[in-house]
Design a protein around this ligand. Structure first.
Ligand SMILES: Cc1cc2nc3c(=O)[nH]c(=O)nc-3n(C[C@H](O)[C@H](O)[C@H](O)COP(=O)(O)OP(=O)(O)OC[C@H]3O[C@@H](n4cnc5c(N)ncnc54)[C@H](O)[C@@H]3O)c2cc1C
Ligand SMILES: *[C@@H]1O[C@H](CO)[C@@H](O)[C@H](O)[C@H]1NC(C)=O
Ligand SMILES: *[C@@H]1O[C@H](CO)[C@@H](O)[C@H](O)[C@H]1NC(C)=O
Ligand SMILES: *[C@@H]1O[C@H](CO)[C@@H](O)[C@H](O)[C@H]1NC(C)=O
Ligand SMILES: *[C@@H]1O[C@H](CO)[C@@H](O)[C@H](O)[C@H]1NC(C)=O
Length: 644
């Protein structure tokens, strides 16, 4: 966290000196369209008052965290939940609704704080070693070629709330067909008609026009979902571009997903709502809910005679502690952490475990079936007027943005990482309006290439960042075309029998040529948005710098774009599938449809790793759903379903 504060203070001091660029056409003067001359001093004063107000709220926030405790060596709980991320926080909160049971939640990271919940600053969180695991993929000659060391950065939350504290807060469920496909693979109970009630249960929809749609939306759940309170003129134009291209404006979390929309977000009153804030803050006074932070689980203990998970071992402040579960252990360490822990505990591919000297408890394809959503990070358009979110304007205290956030929690700082809108489309059939999309176009109301920090956190190498430096003072917008149903599969393997050694991650982006083709169509679709009247109104021009390494291809040829996508391959952070759910007889399955590890008693996995096939949307809300459903299945199996 301190790195963010240093950054902010540095920029606040330097920036006012350099932001006096005149708008070319004078149609807009700032993001609000105002002529604000004469109000600079007032803005600075209000900024000061706002900062104090905000600090007070921070104090309030701290008082709502669940207190930390140190379990005694050998202590027994009914349920032990590993990892307080999107899934783990939700599950621990739901299980602690049962008065008769004691629940222990173990998290490697520390407290969440209010600075982490400022939507626009989201990607700066990735700079912190304290709250980001900072994984990197194995170096490749097929993708992430424009990244430092040919390795893609894979951030992951290490904090109360897990990746729901690092994420961009975009709230999407996926299409009904995504879940119906899970059910068709033999996963009883996971069809859309079965899971819809959990999507409704988890949410309070704060979007007024959707509140009456009780078929699809909930109004009593812990997690609040809203539209960003502010939209740039460019985002409005993006929706108009959608209409111009013949797409409807949709509630993509309702009946149909295909179409254009502002992003729905897990934001309440202009600030982030993580799983910690939604589920654990309200449960902080429950005496049967115990939370130990800064506690890293090393291994799950399994009785070899009964094949039952009985407890686990973790390290807290250099101390080794063992605790036991009388009923069940629920593993929610995420799509990287969960397979890693299973393998370290002897559950995984037998040959691989043998090579590392790990005793095999159960031979299962743990770590296989790795999926992610990869996007192409090279499509930025420049515009003439100051209509886009530009970091150096936002943190300039003579502009009204900071004071509006601090005093009223409104304005562009409430937009999550400048992600404002999105479109789900089917590039194979542009007249299709139902069923699965194959590409998402994620609209960012700012220029990725001109950003100070974003290319760094994404891992772009010096050569590319130098080419992009010239966009630093320009205004612009970006579309990230994202491949929704990749055919390629990657894998996660251990590199040592040691929890402190990060596993080897091989995503295999664009391994299957179909994926290259579909991404190509996604790029073309994004470019066609840039050609609409709606976007041309702002004088949008696609930046066309040739990527280093792609000079030998003719610009705009198939070969060029393939080279470009293998260069600027950016993750949208949806790692999943590494503890695949499937029927017991499926040789590729790790957990059954009740999320029980196959062949082991007393152990379930519930997080992004269980997805048999990645859903066609961002993964946070689906993982909340998985957690809600898991909690009900556990309650049902132990006879508590009607007691809480
Ligand atoms: C930068 C970023 C942006 C994203 N943006 C979006 C978005 O806009 N919308 C969206 O829907 N999704 C987004 N996602 C994805 C989404 O947030 C994740 O899919 C989701 O949070 C994963 O939930 P999980 O419960 O599977 O794992 P996590 O939330 O990652 O939780 C795992 C937890 O387990 C802990 N843990 C791991 N190993 C151990 C151990 N050995 N001992 C103890 N604790 C351990 C971790 O510290 C972590 O807290 C984003 C993710 C990232 C990283
Ligand atoms: C902005 O307002 C100031 C003071 O009200 C005025 O002098 C100036 O001409 C205005 N600028 C534009 C571009 O409208
Ligand atoms: C937002 O904050 C206000 C005032 O602090 C509060 O009254 C309101 O209920 C909050 N909105 C939501 C959706 O919680
Ligand atoms: C495209 O979708 C429309 C509407 O669903 C359908 O009628 C048509 O047959 C589809 N075309 C192709 C080529 O699949
Ligand atoms: C790239 O864009 C510039 C400026 O818009 C234009 O002059 C140039 O012809 C373009 N180059 C290619 C290869 O399209």
């Amino acid at each position: 966290m301190p790195s963010i504060l240093y950054f902010l203070s540095a920029v606040v001091i330097i920036v006012p000196l350099q932001s006096s660029r005149q708008p070319i056409k004078n149609r807009y003067h700032n993001l609000y369209g105002d002529n604000m001359s004469g109000r600079e001093l007032m803005n600075i004063l209000d900024f000061g008052i706002g900062a104090l107000h905000f600090l007070q709220q921070g104090q309030y926030y701290m008082n709502h965290e669940v207190p930390d405790m140190v379990p005694q060596f050998g202590a027994v709980y009914d349920f032990v939940v590993i990892g307080a991320g999107t899934a783990g926080a939700t599950i621990a909160a739901r299980l602690s609704e049962i008065h008769q049971v004691e629940v222990l939640l173990i998290e490697a990271g520390s407290k969440e704080n209010f600075l982490m919940d400022i939507p626009l600053l989201v990607y700066m969180l990735q700079l912190s070693d304290d709250i980001n695991w900072k994984y990197q993929t194995k170096s490749s000659n097929k993708y992430c070629l424009g990244m430092e060391g040919n390795r893609c950065n894979w951030p992951r939350g290490k904090v109360m709330g897990g990746s729901s504290v690092l994420n961009y807060m975009i709230a999407t469920r996926g299409d009904a067909e995504d879940y119906d496909r899970w059910a068709k693979m033999g996963n009883e109970g996971w069809a859309y008609k079965d899971v819809l009630k959990y999507f409704k249960k988890l949410e309070t929809i704060d979007i007024p026009e959707l509140q009456s749609d009780t078929i699809y939306h909930g109004t009593k759940g812990p997690l609040h979902i809203s539209y960003p309170l502010f939209h740039t003129s460019l985002a409005k134009a993006f929706l108009n571009a959608g209409k111009e291209l013949g797409y409807p404006l949709v509630d993509y979390n309702g009946k149909n997903t295909i179409g254009f929309s502002y992003v729905q977000t897990t934001i309440i009153n202009g600030t982030r709502m993580s799983s910690n804030r939604a589920y654990l803050h309200p449960a902080r006074n429950r005496r049967n809910l115990h939370v130990t932070r800064e506690s890293r689980v090393k291994k799950i203990l399994i009785n070899r005679h009964t094949n039952r998970a009985i407890g686990l071992e973790f390290i807290k402040h250099h101390q080794n502690i063992r605790v036991f579960a009388s009923k069940e252990i629920i593993l929610c360490a995420g799509a990287i952490g969960s397979p890693q822990l299973l393998m370290l505990s002897g559950i995984g591919p037998a040959k691989h475990l043998n090579e590392l000297g790990i005793n095999v408890v159960r031979d299962l394809p743990v770590g296989e079936n790795l999926m992610d959503h990869v996007a192409f990070g090279g499509l930025t358009w420049t515009v003439d007027d100051p209509v886009s979110i530009r970091a150096i304007d936002i943190i300039n205290p003579t502009y009204p943005y900071m004071k509006d956030f601090l005093m009223k929690q409104s304005g562009p700082i409430t937009v999550p990482g400048a992600c404002e809108a999105l479109a789900f489309i089917d590039t194979k059939n542009s007249t299709k309006l139902h069923g699965l999309p194959n590409i998402e176009l994620l609209f960012i109301g700012g220029g990725l290439k001109g950003d100070l920090i974003l290319p760094i956190v994404m891992g772009f190498n010096n050569a590319i960042r130098q080419i992009w430096n010239k966009y630093f003072i320009t205004y612009g917008w970006t579309i990230l075309p994202m491949l929704l149903k990749p055919k390629s599969r990657g894998r996660i393997r251990l590199l040592a029998n040691d929890i402190n050694v990060k596993p080897e991650i091989v995503p295999n982006y664009f391994d299957n040529p179909e994926d290259v083709k579909t991404m190509m169509e996604g790029i073309k679709a994004a470019i066609s948005v840039g050609r609409t009247k709606a976007m041309k109104l702002f004088g949008s021009r696609l930046t066309n710098d040739t990527f280093p390494g792609c000079e030998n291809y003719e610009y705009d040829s198939y070969g060029y774009w393939e080279c470009a996508m293998r260069t600027a391959s950016v993750t949208i952070y949806h790692y999943s599938g590494t503890c695949k759910m499937g029927p017991k007889e499926d040789p590729t399955a790790v957990v059954d449809p009740r999320l029980k590890v196959i062949g082991i008693q007393g152990l379930r996995v519930a997080d992004g790793s269980i997805m048999p096939e990645i859903i066609s949307a961002h993964t946070n809300i689906p993982i909340f759903m998985i957690a809600e459903k898991l909690a009900d299945m556990v309650k049902e199996d132990w006879g508590y379903l009607n007691e809480s």
